[in-house]
Design a protein around this ligand. Sequence first.
Ligand SMILES: Cc1cc2nc3c(=O)[nH]c(=O)nc-3n(C[C@H](O)[C@H](O)[C@H](O)COP(=O)(O)OP(=O)(O)OC[C@H]3O[C@@H](n4cnc5c(N)ncnc54)[C@H](O)[C@@H]3O)c2cc1C
Length: 509
Amino acid sequence: MVLSGDIKSELNQYLQLMEGDVLLKVSAGEDNTSKEILALVDELAAMSPKISVERTVLPKTPSFSVNRIGEDTGVTFAGIPLGHEFTSLVLALLQVSGRAPKVDQKIIEQIKEIKGQFHFETYISLSCHNCPDVVQALNLMSILNKGISHTMIDGAAFKREVEDKKIMAVPSVYLNGEFLSSGRMTLEELLSKISKPIDPSEINKREPFDVLIVGGGPAGASAAIYASRKGIRTGVVSERFGGQVMDTLSIENFISVKSTEGPKLAASLEEHVKEYDVDIINQQRVKGLKKSDFIEVELENGGVLKSKSVIIATGARWRNVGVPGEQELKNKGVAYCPHCDGPLFEGKHVAVIGGGNSGIEAAIDLAGIVKHVTVLEFMPELKADAVLQKRLYSLPNVTVLKNVQTKEITGDDQVTGITFMERDTEEVKHVELQGVFVQIGLVPNTEWLDDSFEKTRFGELIIDKYGSTNVPGVFAAGDCTNSPYKQIIISMGSGATAALGAFDYLIRS
Ligand SMILES: Cc1cc2nc3c(=O)[nH]c(=O)nc-3n(C[C@H](O)[C@H](O)[C@H](O)COP(=O)(O)OP(=O)(O)OC[C@H]3O[C@@H](n4cnc5c(N)ncnc54)[C@H](O)[C@@H]3O)c2cc1C
């Protein structure tokens, strides 16, 4: 039995929703994963009369594909899609059976219109919370367009392939055999890789907004809802709707919701914003802002959006350690997401740079998977909460180096070690290891704003109690501001303040 009792009863309810028949084609050998796949498909077939199974030979063994009767969809799972991929299996069964996906009709049309042959492969780990979004997006694209196919590959079942390709981060996506990208990506982001880019003139045609929000994280979403509820023309332009929440595993301090996961919260944010008359311009990066009759927001694709007021909610991103080797070895052993990439370092020695809460949480998490963890902290003491430090020091496979400065991450096409200096003696030392997780906080996304904006020395926009920056008509909210605490609920509150501040500004000017 591959499916536990709990999963079976959950699955039973989903399988009731299947519309048409589905054929699972299995390519199996004698190995253990093949045996588990055979058991899994048989269990699925026993649970629904709409599912049948056929043995075949697919390009990868072990694997199984999910097809309509008489028509291959190109959706293949090379590995067992349980763990975080359980939802990917359920969605593949339902969508192949004919059940409509919960996706904007405009996006469905865009997928159907794509011409050409695109074969995607996604390397995943079953503990990666960033992987299912990519797997589900590419599966959906395959189901909707005959020219597109997708294989999910569990790195644990295809270890040799992962080693040959030197994959050190998941999800890692390959398109027609060439590396495409790694890390979480939304359906829209993946779609933009193979569809025609939006014509800037389409963007320029838009009427000026009353409030234009730059950024679609919690602060931007909250500002959009508050502004739109005032009945004023509201737009949101963002590179990636959801913001940092998309990279967050579990959230337990979003008041009134005891526990949730980042992508789930991001989806609810988007759903809530879409309840209102808000023009969402997604997948667009803003590169500048200037004042004329209106405030003009310039996009990297050349388009310009005009508005009477603007709310900047561009949040923050992982801070780089900024030493030689970091950029060159990104995804080749230098990683930022322990939950996602930790399993790829099983049995290896890794370093965690940073002794704050996120660094120590990462070290504790990694110590359960890898052979050894070396923590490097710049200051003489760790900054993490006492309870985390106690747990860390109780672990047998962790070394903590305090008062050290990272100098270099070494390696050619994979990390081979880390060089650091002991700050009191200035002695330079080197440790051989295979992975480096950088956990040293965040940097605000405000470089695109020129010197006319007042910022702190960290680059945070300085705002007053109405969310107003020093530039009239331009407001800001969330992690890109000098708010002392960076949290979801705080960003949402400041988004609401900025929207009300902007409304006040509009009625007075
Ligand atoms: C791993 C992790 C775990 C966390 N866990 C928690 C938690 O448990 N609880 C909690 O309360 N908080 C948590 N946080 C913090 C929380 O996620 C942030 O405080 C919150 O997301 C900030 O919201 P924001 O809208 O200000 O910015 P962000 O979420 O950073 O959103 C910024 C938005 O701006 C867009 N953007 C950026 N630059 C541009 C540009 N030039 N052009 C167009 N768009 C742009 C981005 O695409 C995005 O849409 C966590 C953060 C991380 C990284």
